[in-house]
Structures are given as C-alpha cells and as structure tokens.
Design a protein around this ligand. Structure first.
Ligand code: TRP
Length: 286
C-alpha cells in the first residue's frame, strides 16, 4: 500500500515501490487508469524516480497522451465536468513531473509533448474545470522554464506557446496570469528568447501591449507579485535597443500615474531599477 500521511501527503521514504510499479502497469488498462492516475499523482512529489519510471514504462506515456487528447472534443462544448477535468489534470500533473526531472525533460521536449497542450491553453471558458485545466497545463510549461535551460527556450520559440501565454496574461485569472508571465519573463531572460521576441515588430509590440494591459489592471487591482514579474520583463527588455526605442516612443503604462511602484518597498532593487528605467525612457522623449 502507498502510505498516506494524515495530511493526505505521502511521507517521504514511505512509498512502496512495488505498488508504484503496479499503478504504472494499470495505466494501460482503461478500467484501472482513472484510479492509477489519481494515486500516482499523489506521490509525484515524494517519489523521485517516478518521472523516469513513467517515461520508460511500456505504454505509460501513450496513456497520458491519450488522456489529454480524449478531452479535446469536450473543450469546444461547455460540458466539461469537474470529474473529467480532474482526471486529465492528474495526467497533466504526471507530465509536469516528467517536465521537471532533469533526465526526462530533454526527452519530453524532443518528443514535442507540449504541443498537445495547445487546445487546452487556447480555451477561454471561465468555469472552474476549465481554469483548472489551463492552470495545470501552464504548470507544465512553468516547470520546463524553471531551470533556465537554454534548450527549453530554444524549443519554446519554435512553438506557439508564447502567443498562447500572452493571451492568458490578458484573459486569465490571477494564478494563470502569474504562471504565464513567469514563462514570458524566463523567455526574455534568455539571450535567444530576448532576440526572438525583439526580432519582429509584431512580436515586440504584442509583448509590450500585454505588459501594458497588465500594468493598467494593477492600478485597479494591485498585486505585488504580478508587479515584480512585470517589472522584471520591462527591465530586461531595456537590454535590447529595438525594445528600448519602442518604449521611448510610447511610455509603458507602468510609469503612468506613478502609483504602481509604491507597492514595492523603497529598498527593493526592482523598484530602483524601475526608477532608473523611467528616467532613461522619459529623458529621451522630452
Ligand atoms: N509563430 C509566431 C511568430 O513567430 C508566434 C507569435 C505570434 C509570437 N505572436 C507572438 C511570438 C508574439 C512572440 C510574441 O511570430
């Protein structure tokens, strides 16, 4: 038996390997799959080898993929139930575990698994089952970019994940927004990623416009966490001449009404960088 602690969390070192192997085998049997997904996703953070086991077990990745693809027809209707969403989210959580593991991450990218998330990331329905699906899918992308691996960014910029994240930044709830902007921030911090975004005016303006929309919304709904992410994106964009020129031409909303930055403490290095940035941008526009 998998040993579940009183809090519902598996105690470290208490995972029964035989049981895990059994659960992985159950993934390929459709009747047992739902339960196996649920049990495996419970132990994903406490059992390190899970990512490797899943990746290398016969039929396991195919089963996870099948779960994700099977929800596609429900995405265009309004009838996604909480049960169906939870089931897919358990499969997505296992994929996140594979995306997080340093050994399986490159394999996961090479096999282009993240492309199967497009239809989910593309949804805009606001109900909870949809929000949960989007957030869990974004979690996979977040897990990929977390470790600052240039290979991950090189992969992402060959996909449509960046524009999908930009849209979620405009339309998503706060949690989704935060993960999406984290992905954009990590892309910008990468040399290749910054070059890619600034390579065409369309891309650059798309990013600046979304950052602007969020800056504006922060005036009504302050969030220090979002503000820090936004600020880091602007500060990094200053490293690129084309981006700098674009910001001088149209001063970002984050600098209008001065009020937003006061959400950060005066000693905060981000606040200082923002003030310096504001000076540079406004000097040349006068
Ligand atoms: N394939 C599109 C491109 O290469 C992706 C894209 C659309 C995009 N909008 C964007 C990338 C905005 C970055 C920013 O341009």
């Amino acid at each position: 038996m998998v040993d579940i602690g009183a809090s519902g969390v598996v105690l470290p070192g208490h995972v029964d390997e035989k049981k895990v192997h059994q659960l992985i085998l159950q993934l390929i049997h459709s009747k047992e799959r739902e339960n196996a997904l649920q049990e495996l996703s419970k132990i994903r953070e406490s059992y390190e080898a899970l990512a490797l086991l899943l990746w290398h077990s016969y039929g396991a990745m195919a089963a996870l993929l099948q779960e994700i693809v099977s929800i596609y027809p429900l995405l265009s209707s309004q009838t996604l139930t909480a049960t169906a969403s939870t089931r897919v989210c358990n499969a997505l959580a296992l994929m996140q575990c594979i995306a997080s593991h340093p050994e399986t991450r490159p394999l996961f990218i090479h096999a282009q698994f993240p492309l199967y998330l497009y239809p989910i990331l593309n949804t805009t329905t606001k109900s909870r089952p949809f929000e949960y699906l989007r957030l869990t899918s974004l979690g996979i992308i977040g897990a990929l970019v977390k470790n600052d691996s240039p290979d991950v960014i090189s992969f992402l910029i060959t996909t449509e994940i960046i524009p999908l994240c930009l849209r979620i930044m405009e339309t998503g709830n706060e949690l989704c927004k935060t993960v999406a902007i984290f992905v954009i921030q990590k892309t910008l911090l990468d040399e290749n990623g910054l070059g890619y975004i600034c390579q065409t005016t369309e891309r650059l303006l798309a990013v600046l416009s979304v950052l602007n929309v969020i800056s504006k919304s922060l005036l009504e709904q302050p969030s220090a966490r979002l503000l820090r992410h936004i600020a880091k994106c602007y500060i990094r964009l200053m490293d690129n001449k084309k981006a700098r020129d674009a910001m001088k031409q149209s001063v970002p909303d984050i600098f209008q009404n001065g009020g937003i930055v006061s959400a950060l403490s005066e000693e905060d290095p981000i606040r200082r960088s923002l003030s310096q940035m504001e000076t540079v941008i406004k000097e040349r526009t006068r």
